[in-house]
Write a protein that binds this ligand. Structure first.
Ligand code: NDP
Ligand code: 2IT
Length: 452
């Protein structure tokens, strides 16, 4: 029987090896550290998990595809971007995970996201493996026609790697309903198949699930509410700071407001808006979803209650709850200190890995309830799996039914993380609970399926 500290030493050696084998991938190293630092208790307690090669296989993607994406801009100039799809782990089901279009995308970013996705998808309990993809293409300022040509070129390579039983992409940063439409159209044209289950996040008239656009934000608010309930509180009357102003942020604000909280901020890469009356969602949706504008336009049009702070971060606005919903490493140690000083009670991650490791440590030490993204934002991919189920049965569920299923999945993820943390001697530590619970499900399937 190996002890926890011997197991941790083995995991630390593996982490050093991961850094050497995957140079210049800091985000992937960060994600691997964050998971492997919490697994010693379960590996020490269950000898089958100490089998040589199990964790080594888990940190190595099953397949990684990198491809050229040439396209023509509106002036007829040829542009060249890089496309990625990392098929990380299919022990539990077809690879599943979003596509991100953002200039910061590189292989390390996609690997961090794909690695997180393995555990997140396992936590949903819905039989989906982990994958992620995207491109360094920047959709900001591009016309619809340019975005369409880019998506068509991207799919002209990607189509050969995906399929309803193989790998099922969806949206992420820079990829929403418009992009999924263009991608689906090109897949259908190339393959001559109506294969609805090859992509999720589709439009409602052609195979998309009701509540998929809302699911990540709604789910994160439900997760935050469950954490508060553990402390004898609820959302009613709480002030919340939300970062981002995209898909996740908008539906986070919508659910917070519906449940009686006051969401007072949103942001984009230009700065943030604080609105003491609470964010006016109709106005925000008009600016972001219809006009594809910047958040300063919100402050200009809203009147006296709102102001725009160029370049600032929402974490300086005093609040009971913080829901980071933009991008990785957007909430650092200094931000955590500010939040703690201002009396924050809970931080729940809508984005993937938005909180730096140092900040997570500070928040947990200060007794703040901390919901890691792989648990808190799993509602999006969970409803994607429900979309696949509807596509497979050639049916469409009502919004009420999907929302009920989402609520029950989020409650179950919360309970699983909470109870697992307690079982392994870390009560209240949702990071440990989520990592161990996700790991157990994937590791059991990998062990049963042999060395592949
Ligand atoms: P969107 O593209 O809809 O919105 C992204 C928002 O974040 C925008 O306001 C954007 O501002 C801001 N943002 C993105 N990158 C940066 C950056 N480097 N610096 C500052 N601001 C930035 O994406 P989503 O809402 O879909 O995704 C947000 C987060 O949620 C991501 O971490 C994603 O991985 C995660 N997530 C998404 C899910 C989904 O279903 N969509 C599911 C689970 C997690 P700007 O326009 O100025 O760039
Ligand atoms: O990070 C995520 O979970 C997503 N971007 C959603 C993935 C999906 O397949 O719906």
């Amino acid at each position: 029987m190996t002890t926890r500290s011997e197991t941790q030493t083995t995991l630390d050696h593996l982490l050093t090896e991961i850094e050497h084998r995957n140079p210049a991938q800091p985000e992937f190293h960060q994600a691997a550290h964050e998971v492997l630092e919490t697994l010693a208790p379960v590996i020490a307690a269950r000898p089958e998990y100490a089998e040589p090669g199990l964790v080594e296989r888990l940190v190595e993607p099953e397949r990684q595809v990198i491809f050229r994406v040439p396209w023509q801009d509106d002036q007829g100039r040829v542009r060249v971007n890089r496309g990625f799809r990392v098929e990380f782990n299919s022990a539990l089901g077809p690879y599943k995970g979003g596509l991100r279009f953002h200039p910061s995308v590189n292989l390390g970013v996609i690997k961090f996201l794909g690695f997180e996705q393995i555990f997140k998808n396992a936590l949903t309990g819905l039989g989906i493996g982990g994958g992620k993809g995207g491109s360094d293409f920047d959709p900001h300022g591009r016309s619809d026609a340019e975005v369409m040509r880019f998506c068509q070129s991207f799919m002209t390579e990607l189509y050969r790697h995906i399929g309803e039983h193989t790998d099922v992409p969806a949206g992420d940063i820079g990829v929403g309903g418009r992009e999924i439409g263009y991608l689906f159209g090109q897949y259908r044209r190339i393959t001559n198949r109506w294969e609805a289950g090859v992509l999720t996040g589709k439009g409602q008239g052609w195979g998309g699930s009701l509540i998929r656009p809302e699911a990540t934000g709604y789910g994160n608010v439900l997760f935050a509410a469950a954490m508060l309930r553990e402390r004898g509180e609820d959302l009613e009357g709480q002030t919340a700071v939300v970062s981002g102003s995209g898909n996740v942020a908008i539906y986070t604000i919508e659910k917070l407001t519906a449940l009686g909280a006051n969401a007072v901020t949103c942001s984009d890469s230009s700065g943030y808006v604080v609105d003491e009356k609470g964010i006016d969602l109709d106005l925000l949706k008009q600016i972001k979803e219809v006009e594809r504008g910047r958040v300063d336009a919100y402050a200009e049009r809203r009147g006296a209650s709102a102001r725009f702070v160029p370049g600032g971060r929402v974490w300086e606005v005093p609040a009971d709850l913080a829901l980071p919903s933009a991008t990785q490493n957007e909430l650092d140690e200094k931000d955590a200190e500010t939040l703690i000083r201002n009396g924050v009670k809970a931080v729940s991650e809508g984005a993937n890995m938005p909180t730096t490791p140092e900040a997570v440590h500070l928040l947990q030490k200060a007794g703040v309830a901390f919901g890691p993204g792989k648990a808190a934002n799993a509602g999006g991919v969970a409803v994607s799996a429900l979309e696949m189920a509807q596509n497979h049965a050639r049916t469409a569920w009502s919004a009420e039914r999907v929302e009920e299923e989402l609520a029950s999945i989020m409650t179950s993820i919360h309970t699983t993380c909470h109870d697992t943390a307690e079982r392994y001697g870390a009560p209240g530590d949702y990071v440990t609970g989520a990592n161990i619970a996700g790991f157990e499900r994937v590791a059991d399937a990998m062990l049963a399926q042999g060395v592949i």
